[in-house]
Ligand binder design. Structure first.
Ligand SMILES: Cc1ncc(COP(=O)(O)O)c(C=O)c1O
Length: 356
C-alpha cells in the first residue's frame, strides 16, 4: 500500500513488523534496525522523490563507485523518548548541515535541508515504538549518502542514494576505556578529509585500532600527522583533558571533526563555571601532568558514547592511570547533557527539537 503523507514523502508501510522479536532490555549498539527507512535517489542532476519504505537490502551494480572509490558520507544522531512519551532530537540541524559539509568535500551533491528534516521526522513518527526508554538507551539514527552510480572510471558518480536507517541501541562502550597514544599511523592529514564524516576515514582507523586492541587497549588517541606531538581525537570521539581544574580540548581543524557533543560540552562546562581552554595540547604536557599528579581526567565526547571517561593510556611502552575523582567533570557534564537530551531539565541553550 502506498499513501502520500505530505506532498513530498510517500510512505509504504511494512506488512511484517519485526518489533515483537526485539529484546528491548538487552540492546547492543547498532545491531537491530527498525521497520522502515527513508530513501531518496539522486539522478539526472537532481534529488528525486523521497520515500519511506520497509527496511530492506539494496541492490547495486558491481561497478557502483561506492565500492571502488569510497564516495560516501554519513551522520550519527539520536532520538530520545521522555517520560511522557514525547520524542526529541538534539541539535539535528547541525547534523543536517554537517552531512552537506562532508558531501561537498567528497564531491557528492548536497542533500536539501527540508528533505532531511521532513524525512527524518516522518520516519521517527512512523517507527516511534522503536525508541527505547530504558536508562542510557536511545534510537541511534544513521543518515548516509553514497555513490550508487556505475563505472570503473575514477571520477564522481552520476547517481547517489541518501538513506536514513535507525537502530534502537544501548550503551556504546562498556567497561573501562584504556587508550593508546598513536605515533605511527594518522587518522587525518592537512588538506585531507578528516573534518568530514567520510566512510574511508573510519576504514583507515580500523587497522591501527586492531593493533592497539591486540596490545590490550580499546581505542587509539590520534595525534597530528606531521609531528605526532599534539593530541587530536580519541577513536571516533573528540577528546577533553582536565589538568588541575582546567578543561582543555584541541581546536577544530581540517583534521578534526567539529563534534556536536564537543561544542555542547564546551558550552555546558563554561555555564558550570569550569575554565575551558580550546587550544593545542601536547602529549608531553599530558605525560608531565600525569607525573606531577595534576592530570585529573581524560574523556571522549561524541553522539554514540556521549561522554566516555578514559581510565588509562599507553605511550611509548608505559602505562599511565587516571585517578578516580569524586564529582568529576565527566559525570557532571554527562548528566547535564543527557538531562537536556531526555527532556529532564530546562533547555536554556535551545538545543532540544520536538519531533512528536
Ligand atoms: C572522528 C569523530 N570525531 C568526533 C565525533 C563526535 O562528533 P559528534 O559529537 O557530533 O557525534 C565523531 C562522531 O560523530 C567522529 O566520528
Amino acid at each position: 500500500m502506498s499513501i502520500a503523507l505530505s506532498p513530498m514523502i510517500k510512505i509504504e508501510k511494512t506488512k511484517n513488523s519485526k518489533i515483537n522479536a526485539v529484546d528491548f532490555s538487552n540492546l547492543p549498539f547498532g545491531q537491530t534496525y527498525t521497520d522502515h527507512m527513508f530513501v531518496c535517489d539522486y539522478s539526472d542532476g537532481e534529488w528525486q522523490e523521497p520515500k519511506i519504505i520497509p527496511y530492506q537490502n539494496i541492490s547495486l551494480d558491481p561497478s557502483a563507485k561506492i565500492f571502488h572509490y569510497g564516495q560516501s558520507v554519513f551522520e550519527g544522531m539520536k532520538a530520545y523518548k521522555d517520560e511522557e512519551g514525547k520524542i526529541w532530537l538534539f541539535r539535528p540541524l547541525d547534523n543536517q548541515k554537517r552531512i552537506n559539509i562532508s558531501a561537498k568535500r567528497l564531491a557528492i551533491p548536497e542533500f536539501p535541508e527540508e528533505y532531511f528534516m521532513e524525512g527524518l521526522k516522518a520516519l521517527l513518527r512512523l517507527d516511534s515504538d522503536w525508541i527505547p526508554t530504558s536508562e542510557g538507551s536511545s534510537l541511534y539514527i544513521r543518515p548516509f549518502i553514497f555513490a550508487s552510480g556505475n563505472g570503473f572510471h575514477a571520477s564522481p558518480a552520476d547517481s547517489y542514494k541518501f538513506i536514513i536507517a535507525c537502530s534502537p541501541s544501548g550503551a556504546y562502550f562498556s567497561g573501562k576505556l584504556k587508550v593508546l597514544i598513536e605515533e605511527k599511523y594518522s587518522r587525518a592529514a592537512n588538506g585531507g578529509v578528516g573534518y568530514a564524516k567520510a566512510g574511508g576515514n573510519y576504514a583507515g582507523q580500523f587497522y591501527p585500532t586492531q593493533l592497539a586492541v591486540e596490545k590490550g587497549y580499546q581505542q587509539v588517541i590520534w595525534t597530528d600527522d606531521h609531528t605526532h606531538e599534539y593530541i587530536e581525537e580519541a577513536g571516533a570521539m573528540n577528546i577533553f583533558i582536565r589538568i588541575g581544574d582546567t578543561l582543555i580540548t584541541g581546536p577544530t581543524s581540517d583534521r578534526i571533526l567539529d563534534g556536536i557533543t564537543r561544542k555542547s560540552v564546551i558550552a555546558i562546562a563554561e555555564d558550570e563555571g569550569i575554565k575551558v581552554e580550546v587550544r593545542k595540547i601536547t602529549v608531553s604536557e599530558v605525560i608531565e601532568a600525569s607525573k606531577q599528579g595534576t592530570l585529573k581526567e581524560m574523556f571522549g565526547a561524541g553522539t554514540a558514547a556521549v561522554i566516555s571517561p578514559i581510565a588509562g593510556f599507553g605511550y611509548r611502552g608505559d602505562d599511565y592511570d587516571l585517578p578516580l575523582i569524586e564529582n568529576n567533570y565527566a559525570s557532571r557534564l554527562k548528566k547535564r547533557i543527557t538531562d537536556i537530551q531526555y527532556n529532564r531539565t530546562e533547555d536554556k541553550f535551545g538545543w532540544r527539537y520536538l519531533v512528536k
